[in-house]
Design a protein around this ligand. Sequence first.
Ligand SMILES: Nc1ncnc2c1ncn2[C@@H]1O[C@H](COP(=O)(O)OP(=O)(O)OP(=O)(O)O)[C@@H](O)[C@H]1O
Ligand SMILES: [Mg+2]
Length: 195
Amino acid sequence: MTDLFREPEDGTPLEPGEREGLRLTWVTTRADLNIAEQDNIDKGAAWAFRARKPALMTVDFVRQLHTRMFGDVWAWAGQYRRTERNIGIAPHMIGVQTSQLMADACYWLEHETYEPVELAVRVHHRLVFIHPFANGNGRHARMMADLVLRRLGRPALSWGGGSLKQISEVRRAYVAALRRADREDYEALIAFARS
Ligand SMILES: Nc1ncnc2c1ncn2[C@@H]1O[C@H](COP(=O)(O)OP(=O)(O)OP(=O)(O)O)[C@@H](O)[C@H]1O
Ligand SMILES: [Mg+2]
């Protein structure tokens, strides 16, 4: 069915608040933004997966990866968030908690505390729980998990195998599993990431 008056999907213009730090003048709609971000993320992934990165579990790498994934599009890429969100810890705790996570992750890696997928999923969950950046935390933390697995010579996760866009079944399952992980129960998130 064709409806000439229907807006194309995601054709809504971005609000001024959503444009803060936007580097690209040609991006005016959500659809434009999706294209620009995906290009940037593909470049970031090419960089991140290209060679063995010397120090994956460091705050420097975490921030550098975010910059590589979002820095062409957003001026604030790689910088810790300075404002409160409904997801994530208080902004002044981000630096300490991210360092602590990297220290924990190094320990887990060295001592083989968890099998590879559980290690990757725990790193993913802790990162999105902290929510270090203004946006892009989900995509960044999923790539971190896949990089951890790659470091261990394992295949990347499939993360539900479908679109994680807002308002999808897959997304609902993902968020439900993250909430269980908030209560230290990682089983659902591990199953989801593998599905
Ligand atoms: N209750 C929740 N609802 C939505 N996302 C949540 C929730 N709890 C944790 N999250 C995490 O936060 C991420 C969304 O944060 P953010 O918008 O910064 O990342 P993103 O990469 O832009 O998101 P997306 O997953 O939509 O690509 C989700 O991907 C998920 O990992
Ligand atoms: Mg987002």
